[in-house]
Write a protein that binds this ligand. Structure first.
Ligand SMILES: *Cc1c(COP(=O)(O)O)cnc(C)c1O
Length: 439
């Protein structure tokens, strides 16, 4: 029965669905996971297999799947109000969430603009900064600075900021102007020298520096020193340009604090959040801004920010986002994750001096290492071999090229984490062994 259902789903899927970040040529030959339900850190498929969700389903379910309080909040809200536009209309959740977010945000962030997802949270920051300068005496500031290896999402605007060639080469010539700087993951000193020199040279043209604070996620979980954040903030102040921090991945405890910016006590001019924002239940996001940005749009009506999405401030999403903040506080999510973070750090440290492994690293609920692959970059295969090994053993560990990593839910149980680490280790060892035999 289940088997028949599964076959039917796969047949329909292969006939009709175009999958994200997936070669549809190869997909026809693959046997996809068909998930029936999910609970906590576990995914259950139609064949009766259970998988530990090693990456919180693309980094979003930070509180685990089907958290009972989130499911209850969603049902409650659905009975009351599912949707209303936010253009000149408001509702309780949008208002209360605004207050709650500003209370936990880095100091100085005083207003919230609601968006749909991570991409539009950053897109909003780009457009608002361009319009801000256009109507506040600096109309030539039309360009952006970003880091090599940056990833800020999928709209054409934020794709221009991307520093991963495979993701944006096709869109050259259709993009906004962006200069890519050496990442602090490569060299802190060089990246800061370059930032300063570029700001000095291009001060009149730069609208903002856009960064993923502390971790460049999609580039391969590349972690850098918090000094960079303080220095970048100081340089943006000195040259009077905006600092946009994309906390879409790093926010909500992923790095061990509410925000990655909190590690350095830095307040950006724009802070973008999504993914864990609704506990990964619905697509909804927000961009927080400071008083300076907000007041740059006051005055004559022509100064209005004419921007908004159909689902801005969606009541269901906002109800979830409010409940997520309550859960963080009442269930002491960050404090309770500390021993797990320590366990992850120790585990990845144990890969030091491992033959075939480079740069084992960890921060908060992130652990990663690079495998020596036959090809380098996003299209390397060793990571996918680990994926296949892990899947056989009951864990979902989608790699980033030859980077194998884990970003489990903050609420994963100790036993589940232990098992995830075991599977990770066994899978990596098996692939390395096979590589050695071939060599
Ligand atoms: C995932 C991600 C985005 C894009 O978010 P979506 O919700 O997928 O649009 C933007 N920035 C960072 C740092 C991300 O990790």
């Amino acid at each position: 029965m289940k088997k028949e259902q599964r076959e039917k789903i796969v047949a329909l899927d292969k006939r009709y669905v175009w999958h994200p970040y997936t070669s549809m040529q190869d997909y026809q030959e693959t046997d996809p996971l068909v998930i029936e339900h999910a609970q906590g850190a576990r995914l259950f498929d139609f064949d009766g297999h259970v998988y530990l969700d090693g990456n919180s389903s693309w980094w979003v379910s930070t509180l685990g799947h089907a958290h009972p309080r989130l499911v209850a909040a969603l049902k409650r809200q659905a009975d009351e109000l599912c949707h209303v536009s936010l253009a000149g209309v408001t509702h309780r959740n949008a208002a209360e969430l605004g207050e709650a977010l500003c209370r936990i945000a880095p100091p100085g962030l005083t207003h919230v603009f609601y968006t749909d997802d991570g991409s539009t949270a950053v897109e909003m920051a780009l457009k608002a900064s361009l319009q801000y300068w256009a109507q506040n005496g600096r109309p030539a500031r039309k360009e952006f600075l970003a880091l090599e290896g940056a990833f800020h999402g999928e709209t054409l605007g934020v794709t221009s900021l991307g520093g991963i060639a495979a993701f944006h080469d096709a869109f050259e010539g259709n993009a906004i102007r962006c200069t890519h700087l050496t990442s602090p993951c490569v060299s802190l000193e060089r990246s800061l020298d370059e930032l300063e020199a570029t700001l000095r040279r291009m001060q009149d043209r730069i609208a903002a520096l856009v960064i993923e604070p502390l971790v460049q996620g999609a580039a391969g979980m590349r972690i850098y020193a918090e000094e960079y954040l303080r220095a970048a903030r100081a340089l943006c102040d000195r040259y009077d340009t905006f600092l946009i921090c994309d906390e879409v991945f790093t926010g909500y405890g992923r790095t061990g604090k509410q925000w990655a910016c909190d590690h350095a006590n830095v307040s950006p001019d724009f802070l973008c959040t999504a993914k864990g924002f609704t506990g990964g239940v619905l697509p909804m996001a927000a961009t927080l801004v400071n008083e300076r940005v907000y007041s740059g749009f006051l005055g004559a009506r022509e100064r209005t920010f004419y921007y908004g999405h159909s689902f801005c401030g969606n009541p269901l999403g906002a109800a979830l986002a409010l409940e997520v903040l309550r859960i963080f506080e009442e269930e002491a999510i960050l404090q309770n994750a500390v021993p797990k973070m320590r366990r992850i750090a120790e585990f990845f440290e144990s890969f030091q001096n491992y033959e075939g492994v480079q740069k084992p690293r960890a921060l908060g609920m992130i652990g990663a290492l690079d495998l020596d692959g036959d090809a380098t970059g996003y299209l390397a295969h060793a990571g996918w071999e680990v994926y296949a090994e892990a899947r056989r053993r009951g864990a979902y560990l989608r790699p980033l090229g030859n980077v194998v990593y884990m970003t489990p839910a903050l609420t994963i149980s100790d036993t589940e984490l232990c098992r995830l680490l075991e599977i990770f280790q066994e899978s990596v060892e098996r692939v390395l062994e096979r590589g050695r035999r071939k060599a």
